[in-house]
Design a protein around this ligand. Structure first.
Ligand SMILES: *Cc1c(COP(=O)(O)O)cnc(C)c1O
Length: 418
């Protein structure tokens, strides 16, 4: 394995005397924070590369990487430098004026995607909402679907964000119950079943919106040829293929996009998370002019979308991906991760699914729940996130070293054996 991409991954040291540990910072509780999450009982104060530390200086290896938003590690020097330089110039102009950073960012991102145009937003959910608006507008103005009749095919088990439209087509009761009424126009089909998807397409269908790998569902990898079949039917039936690559894209799976695994190019890429380098929320919809060009001035926007600071970090992220070294590294380390995890099959682990440096590990209920495993790993200095009860998700920053990955696997072995 080659040397890590960051020249030196230093480990956060103990808290200095300047770090006052008072009140809730010492106890780690958050009495004033709304309880829309149930975080592990660790309070992170610092981070560098793959490591984070609490205020007392206890170190943890971060194998979640903020759901792949921190693909390049915490505070990657090249990304911090891009942000610091931009902070000294201009941070926000609004789109009422041009900024000198947006076109270079858009040009670089469009080139990375092999597309014409970029529509910048901030969060992933906004990129998904934008994709839905673009698809409907394209359906009415280009495809000729009757007004208000457009339909979008989505997959069961999907996760596309938390807005009311998006949770309306989720099948996760926790995400949707109590938040209706929801927007109509979505048809849900089983994930990974190409023929069910084909059967759901009608003349009113304007788009298929799919995660090429379902992250939140537990790193669910569809059967081979699934994406190719979607591409094929979308072309045949004049339907847009929208790939939500917000979590799967930008190096995680050992390719730039998860769609690359099947050599497939969607009509629209939805990007977010790692696009902001773990520093800022930066998202985008990327597509060709004949699709994304349907949006006219004034029809869509965002006060912060495409702001100069976001564009500066997004541009640097794209530049880092252009060489392919992160993608190669994720692929190589991913094979290492796969063999390490497969050794646990039958020893507390019932199934593993691995794509690049991204894994879903199903824990044998006899050993404990995913959450319990995450808590025991935390005590041993490894941070992971459980999902859907029995699954533990592993997605380290791509800058992780083989020795660090091995150390994390050792901790998992200990926890599974205990
Ligand atoms: C995280 C995620 C989103 C939503 O992104 P936010 O920035 O949290 O709004 C959408 N789609 C996928 C696949 C994601 O993983």
């Amino acid at each position: 394995m080659s040397e890590p991409l960051t020249s030196s991954i230093t480990v956060p040291g103990p808290a200095t005397s300047a770090t006052a540990i008072v009140g809730s910072r010492a106890t780690g509780t958050e009495p004033h924070v709304a309880e829309n999450y149930s975080p592990l009982p660790v309070t992170i104060a610092r981070g560098e590369g793959v490591w984070v530390a609490d205020a007392e200086g206890k170190r943890y290896l971060d194998l979640l990487a903020a759901y792949s938003a921190v693909n390049f590690g915490h505070r990657h020097p090249a990304l911090v430098a891009a942000v610091e330089e931009q902070l000294g110039r201009i941070t926000l102009t609004s789109r009422a004026f041009r900024s000198d950073m947006l076109e270079p960012f858009a040009a670089a991102l469009a080139r990375l995607c092999g597309k014409d145009l970029v529509l910048p937003m901030n969060t992933g959910a906004e990129a998904v909402e934008t994709g839905i608006k673009v698809a409907r507008a394209w359906g009415y103005r280009v495809k000729g679907v009757a007004p208000e009749a457009a339909r979008i095919v989505v997959a069961a088990g999907n996760f596309h964000g938390r807005t009311t439209t998006i949770v309306g087509f989720s099948d996760d009761p926790v995400a949707r119950e109590g938040f209706g009424p929801f927007a109509p126009g979505f048809d849900v089909v089983p994930y990974g079943d190409a023929e069910a998807l084909v059967a759901a397409i009608t003349d009113e269908t304007v788009a298929v919106l799919i995660e090429p790998i379902q992250g939140e569902a537990g790193v669910i990898i569809p059967p081979e040829d699934y994406l190719r079949r979607i591409r094929e039917v979308c072309t045949e039936r004049n339907v847009l293929f929208i790939a939500d690559e917000i979590q799967s894209g930008l190096g995680r799976v050992g390719e730039t996009f998860a769609c690359d695994r099947e050599g497939v190019v969607p009509d629209l890429y939805l990007l977010g998370k790692a696009l902001g380098g773990g520093i800022l929320p930066v998202s985008a919809v990327v597509g060709d002019r004949d699709v994304l060009g349907v949006i006219r001035p004034g029809e869509h926007g965002s006060t912060f979308g495409g702001n100069p600071l976001a564009a500066a970090v997004g541009l640097r992220v794209v530049e880092m991906l252009e060489s392919g070294e992160f993608q190669e590294r994720a692929a190589a380390l991913g094979e290492h991760l796969r063999s390490g995890l497969e050794a646990f099959l039958g020893h507390g682990v019932t199934e593993v699914r691995v794509a690049g440096l991204w894994a879903g590990v199903d824990i044998d209920p006899a050993i404990g729940t995913g959450r319990e495993i995450a808590e025991r790993l935390m005590e041993r200095g490894v941070l992971v996130k459980d999902t859907h009860g029995q699954t533990v998700r592993i997605a380290p920053p791509i800058v992780i070293r083989t020795t660090e990955l091995d150390w994390a696997l050792e901790q998992l072995r200990f926890v599974l054996d205990a």
